[in-house]
Design a protein around this ligand. Structure first.
Ligand SMILES: [Zn+2]
Length: 318
């Protein structure tokens, strides 16, 4: 945001605060563009009424493969603040975002998390696994980075951003408590999570699950028949009875795996659909970060023999 625009926003805000409700809607808001839905949702929670947040990637979109459209470029260039995950999640957008960062505030919010909390990438040398949102405690650190990025571009909003972030972090702590409890109810020998791609390493670390992805951390590589055959053997040897599909990755490999196991007379069910790299539909509970993680934990625990409330943490799951 340039100085003129910033002071205008502040004047508009001061003006709106002195006016009866209704005027507030007319004030100029800080415009934030986020790459993923998870970042956008957290930015909305932190920014509250002071921000207008747009996510570039909607439900079912794979961030490893997504490339900016012409409309995205326009929105991004106009934004007061651009938030992206970083850690090579948005592999196809990285060059664009780094270039834009030379001109305006563009912040990779997962990259300021201390390296000792990150997991190394198996796909790329010297890079880290970008899927931090899978652990609510780790995501809380990203939320603080989002708060700081907002304060940097709009210092007048500091008190609001700080208070909103505190309230949101309380809810993330409740989420961490619920997910820990519900996943601890899965029998120890069944704590194996088999999915399409390696999005769940932070989940595995946080909750004590062994995590196996058919593809690697990125979704770019194709799984070969050899890999599928090895995993069928593993399913049989470990007596794994449920595997999971992801909303943002094709389910072809997972279905091939379940078929392969069935051909060997080992019954494997699709345990449900997980939100790995994208949230659910906007306007639904699953279309929020908390709903997404609640849904994943509840689905996984239920399919692998744990005890779960029927509709998740708050009775809101569809
Ligand atoms: Zn991923």
């Amino acid at each position: 945001m340039n100085l003129t625009k910033r002071s205008l926003a502040f004047v508009a805000l001061a003006f709106a605060m002195a006016m009866p409700t209704g005027w507030a809607a007319a004030q100029e808001k800080l415009t934030v563009v986020a790459t993923t839905g998870m970042i956008a949702d957290s930015a909305r929670n932190v920014g509250g009424d002071l921000v207008e947040v747009q996510a570039l990637m909607g439900p079912g979109v794979d961030p490893h493969a997504y490339r900016q459209t012409r409309t995205d470029i326009t929105a991004t260039v106009k934004a007061d603040l651009v938030l992206w995950n970083g850690l090579y999640l948005e592999a196809q957008m990285e060059e664009f975002l780094l270039d834009l960062g030379q001109e305006q505030p563009v912040v990779p919010v997962a990259e300021a998390v201390p390296e000792n909390l990150l997991i190394g990438s198996e796909d790329y040398d010297g890079k880290f696994d970008p899927h931090l949102w899978m652990n609510p405690n780790l995501w809380s650190r990203v939320v603080l980075n989002i708060r700081d990025a907002m304060i940097d571009v709009y210092p007048e909003g500091e008190a609001t951003f700080t208070a909103n972030a505190e309230a949101y972090l309380d809810r993330l702590r409740e989420l961490a408590t619920y997910t820990t409890e519900v996943l601890a109810s899965v029998p120890a020998e069944s704590r194996i999570l088999l999915t399409s791609h390696d999005a769940f390493n932070y989940f595995g670390n946080a909750y004590g699950f062994e995590v196996v992805g058919i593809q690697g951390i990125s979704t770019e590589s194709e799984a070969g028949l050899q890999r599928i055959a090895e995993l069928v053997d593993m399913l049989i040897a470990r007596d794994v009875r449920a595997v999971f599909v992801e909303t943002s990755v094709s389910d072809r490999n997972i279905r091939a795996l379940a078929e392969g196991a069935r051909a060997e007379e080992h019954e494997v069910v699709i345990g449900g659909e997980l939100y790995s790299d994208a949230m659910g539909e906007p306007g639904t509970y699953e279309g929020t970060y908390i709903g997404m993680i609640d849904s994943n934990a509840t689905t996984i625990a239920a399919a692998l023999g744990g005890e779960t409330p029927e509709k998740g943490m708050q009775g809101l799951l569809n």
